[in-house]
Design a binder for this molecule. Structure first.
Ligand SMILES: Cc1cc2nc3c(=O)[nH]c(=O)nc-3n(C[C@H](O)[C@H](O)[C@H](O)COP(=O)(O)OP(=O)(O)OC[C@H]3O[C@@H](n4cnc5c(N)ncnc54)[C@H](O)[C@@H]3O)c2cc1C
Ligand code: FES
Length: 302
C-alpha cells in the first residue's frame, strides 16, 4: 500500500470522560448460531460514537473471576444506553451471555477513538466503503446507520464464514443487496460475503472490494480479523484513505497499563508505541508504523 500522507498523523489520546457504572441489562438474547445481543442502561451514560467500545465486567461486585473486564464495540448507543453484539469465545463472554434482563453488569465506556467520516465534509475522499468481518462488523453496522442518517451513503461489505452465523439483528437494520449490486434506500445497504457461498457472494469482503474497484478514491473503514486488515492494507491504493480498527486484549482500557500497544509513526519520522485502547482502536492506516504490519496486522495474530 502507498500510505496517503494526508492520513499520516500521529494519533493523540482521546479525552477520558467515562466512569465505572453498574449498568442494568435490559436484553441479553442469542442471535444466530454464534452471537449474543446485549442491551444495557445506566443513568448518566454518555452517548457513544461508532468505533468506540466499552469495557464490561460480568463478575458480581466482590467477585474476581474474570479479573479483567472485556472490551466490546458499540453496536448502537444513545444517552443512557448501549447495545452490543458479541461472540462467546471464553469465560468472560460466556458470563456476559448468562446475563438476563434486570441483572447488573459493570461498565466503563464509551472509550477510545471513533471512526471519522461523520463530521468530515466535502474534503473527505470519495465513496465511503465499510469492510468488516466477524466480530468486527458491529461497529461498522453502527457507522453505516449513522452515515445513512446523516445523508452520507456508504457501501458496506460484510463477511461471514457461513449463512447460519449471520446475526438476524444485523440484517434487520440493513437493506442487504444481492450480488448484482447495492440498493440505496433509507436504510443503509450492505453486501454480504460468505466463505462457503451459502449467502451473498462467495468469498471474502476484501476480495469483493478489489473485484469491484472503480477509478475514484475511497474512504475505507475496516474492522475485523488481523489477516483481513493486512489484506486490505495491501490492496488500498494511493489516494484511498484507510482507517483500521485494531483489536488487542485489554486490561485497564484507559492507556495506563500499556498492555495493548501498537507502533505508530511519530512526527520526527521515527516511531513510538500507542495504546490501542486510548489512541485507537481506530487508526489512520498511514499512522501505523511499518512494523505494525509485523505485530497487530500479521496474519495469524489473534
Ligand atoms: C476494541 C475491541 C472491541 C471488540 N468488540 C467486540 C465485539 O463487538 N463483539 C465481540 O464479539 N468481540 C469483540 N471484541 C473481542 C472481545 O473483547 C473478546 O472476544 C473477549 O475479550 C474474549 O473474552 P473471553 O473471556 O470470552 O475469552 P478469553 O477466555 O479471554 O479468551 C478466549 C479466546 O479468545 C481469544 N481472545 C480473547 N480476547 C481477544 C481479542 N481481543 N482479540 C482476539 N482474540 C481474543 C483468546 O486468545 C482465546 O483464544 C473486541 C475487542 C476489542 C479489543
Ligand atoms: S488496556 Fe491498558 S493501556 Fe490499553
Amino acid at each position: 500500500m502507498s500510505p496517503d500522507p494526508r492520513g499520516a498523523r500521529t494519533p493523540s489520546p482521546t479525552p477520558l470522560a467515562a466512569v465505572w457504572r453498574r449498568a442494568r441489562v435490559t436484553r441479553c438474547a442469542p442471535d444466530g448460531a454464534l452471537y449474543w445481543d446485549l442491551r444495557v442502561e445506566a443513568e448518566g451514560l454518555p452517548a457513544g460514537t461508532p468505533g468506540q467500545f466499552s469495557l464490561l465486567a460480568p463478575a458480581a461486585p466482590g467477585a474476581w473471576d474474570p479479573l479483567l473486564p472485556r472490551p466490546l464495540s458499540l453496536l448502537d448507543a444513545g444517552a443512557g444506553w448501549q447495545r452490543f453484539l458479541f461472540k462467546v469465545v471464553g469465560r468472560g463472554t460466556a458470563q456476559l451471555a448468562a446475563l438476563r434482563a434486570g441483572d447488573r453488569v459493570g461498565l466503563l465506556g464509551p472509550l477510545g477513538r471513533a471512526f471519522g467520516g461523520l463530521e468530515r465534509d466535502a474534503e473527505a475522499a470519495g465513496e465511503i466503503v465499510l469492510v468488516g468481518g466477524g466480530v468486527g462488523i458491529p461497529p461498522l453496522h453502527f457507522l453505516a446507520r449513522r452515515l445513512s442518517a446523516a445523508g452520507r451513503p456508504c457501501r458496506a461489505l460484510f463477511g461471514f464464514n457461513r449463512e447460519a452465523e449471520i446475526p438476524r439483528a444485523l440484517l434487520a437494520a440493513l437493506d442487504v443487496a444481492d450480488a448484482a449490486g447495492t440498493e440505496p434506500a433509507t436504510r443503509p445497504a450492505a453486501e454480504l460475503c460468505t466463505l462457503d457461498g451459502s449467502a451473498g457472494v462467495r468469498g471474502n469482503p476484501v476480495a469483493r472490494l478489489v473485484e469491484t474497484l472503480g477509478d475514484g478514491p475511497l474512504a475505507i473503514k475496516a474492522c475485523g480479523p488481523a489477516p483481513m486488515l493486512a489484506a486490505l492494507r495491501a490492496a488500498a491504493r494511493a489516494g484511498d484513505a484507510l482507517e483500521l480498527s485494531l483489536e488487542e486484549r485489554m486490561a485497564c482500557g484507559v492507556g495506563v497499563c500499556r498492555g495493548c500497544v501498537v507502533p505508530v509513526v511519530d512526527g520526527a519520522g521515527g516511531w513510538r508505541y500507542a495504546a490501542i485502547c486510548r489512541e485507537g482502536p481506530v487508526f489512520d492506516a498511514a499512522s501505523l508504523a511499518a512494523s505494525a504490519a509485523a505485530i497487530a496486522l500479521e496474519p495469524g495474530h489473534e
